[in-house]
Design a protein around this ligand. Structure first.
Ligand code: ARG
Length: 473
């Protein structure tokens, strides 16, 4: 291997173990395109500002484009003995261009270079993740539309609580994902800040034009302070935390999928292509994908923790500890993309057993609140109505029946306000259809939620609340 570029002040060669330990090309090699993009912007600026000659600037830009093509076509392989992707590309350039290649690093340090590269890399990743979030939201809207009147039990403490619709349940996840989408947008705005020109830490004496580089790279702004420019990894932590929240959402959803496809629930069945069997139990159909998503959530939270812990004790500015940022943030990004792209078709292909959902909703006195509300609508105070209904539930349990089948005499024995219309009032359909408060489970409310959600994706930023929505109509 050739000597490192910084070998000048060293009298010994670096131990081979140290080389291997120090090297990051095995994981930062994936940023080759972004490194080249940054270098092209830098070389262009150096030429325009007269820091290097126009010809040298053009030669550098042309050769950088060639290096990119060569890597992409496979003609140029990354050298795994190189220290990192930045050193590798610079050394290729120098090999090919001699003197001119050596001019590229004028007014730049690897510290601001690597900070820029990660930002450029993550920018693209955020847009990919956002597209997957949008896709999932759309799938949820489509599914919810088919199930605006599919009644299922709503739970608290995993105990049957009040009836809802499957569409309502799905749209809850859509709202969580809309917030994830907003967080991605917010994060990417800060990722798109340009640290280049911070130098090693203290800027440079060359007359560089940082704003020109910012413009060339279509960044939002030039970072204000050079120490901060090279020290900041907040954007990695923000993105890892945004991704952790997405994964936490997918994990909760997975947990429900796992429950729903158990024999105890049987609300859904996964498509054969998205489930797995057991090596010993022939009857098994396991929800491995959902379980893996739930498991991988832990690892992304770990990545987030790695980044926070790695940064928390670092003095300004660059410290080599920061090389550890990449494996953590890349893993978070790779994992969420992998999970989403398997989770989405799993949802799209599952079968929904409406009848089982309805049967489950018919048990467990899920309409007891509605029975109490019936009395309230006839003039009774809610607390009294609550007490009477509680007594009726106890009576049903004693008689091994439910509120729908309890004879009217029994109702009347507890309260004279009860009449034949109670059966209509506590029917599952009534319970759900009447819950038409904004955001509620009724088919009408759910349709409004779907409408709002679809608009939020199509016109981001335009729709803020459901109320706002309606007044715009
Ligand atoms: N490979 C290094 C990293 O990923 C690049 C920056 C090296 N800078 C330095 N001063 N050693 O962080």
């Amino acid at each position: 291997m050739s000597k490192p570029m910084w070998a000048g002040r060293f009298s010994k060669e670096v131990d081979s173990k140290v080389n291997a330990f120090n090297s990051s090309i095995s994981f930062d090699g994936r940023m080759y395109r972004h490194d080249i993009m940054g270098s092209i912007a830098h070389a262009t600026m150096l030429g325009k500002c007269g820091i290097i000659s126009k010809e040298d600037s053009e030669t550098l830009v042309n050769e950088l484009e060639k290096v990119l093509d060569d890597i992409e076509s496979g003609e140029l392989q990354l050298d795994m003995n190189a220290e990192d992707i930045h050193m590798f590309i610079e050394s290729v350039l120098t090999e090919r261009l001699g003197e001119v290649g050596k001019r590229l690093h004028t007014a730049r340090s690897r510290n601001d270079q690597v900070a820029l590269d990660i930002r450029l890399y993550l920018r693209g990743e955020v847009y990919e993740i956002r597209a997957l979030v949008d896709k999932l939201i759309n799938v949820l809207c489509d599914l919810a539309e088919k199930h605006t009147d599919t009644i299922m039990p709503g739970y608290t403490h995993l105990q049957r609580a009040q009836p809802i619709t499957f569409g309502h349940h799905l749209m809850a996840y859509a709202q969580m994902l809309l917030r994830d989408r907003d967080r991605l947008e917010d994060t990417v705005a800060r990722i798109r800040e340009n640290p280049l020109g911070s130098g090693a830490l203290a800027g440079t004496t060359y007359p560089i034009d940082r704003d020109m580089v910012t413009e060339l790279l279509r960044d939002n702004r030039t970072m204000v302070n050079s120490l901060d420019g090279v020290s900041d990894r907040d954007f990695c932590i923000e993105l890892a935390s945004t991704i952790s929240i997405i994964m936490m959402h997918l994990s909760r959803f997975s947990e429900e999928i796992i429950l729903w496809c158990s024999w105890e629930f049987k609300f859904i069945e996964l498509d054969d292509a998205f489930a797995t069997g057991s090596s010993i139990m022939p009857q098994k159909k396991n929800p491995d994908i959902a379980e893996l998503v739930r498991g991988k959530c832990a690892r992304v939270i770990g990545d987030n923790m790695t980044l926070l812990t790695m940064m928390k004790g670092l003095p300004l500015a660059y410290n080599k500890d920061m090389q550890e940022d990449k494996e953590a943030i890349f893993d978070a990004v790779d994992t969420v993309k992998l999970c989403m792209s398997t989770f989405i078709p799993m949802l799209e292909t599952m079968t929904v057993y409406k009848d089982n959902m309805r049967k489950a909703a018919a048990k467990g006195f899920i309409n007891a609140t509605d029975c109490a509300d019936y009395l309230v609508k006839k003039g009774m105070a809610f607390r009294d109505a609550y007490k009477i209904t509680g007594g009726l539930v106890a009576l049903c349990i004693e008689k091994d029946t439910d509120l729908e089948h309890l004879p009217l005499e029994d109702y009347k024995s507890r309260c004279e306000l009860f009449d034949n219309d109670v059966y209509q009032a506590i029917s599952l359909d009534t319970c759900v259809n009447m819950r038409n408060s904004k955001g509620g489970p009724s088919p009408e409310s759910v349709k409004e939620q779907i409408w709002y959600t679809r608009n939020r994706i199509t016109y981001p930023g335009r729709y803020t609340t459901v109320a706002h929505n309606i007044s715009e109509e």
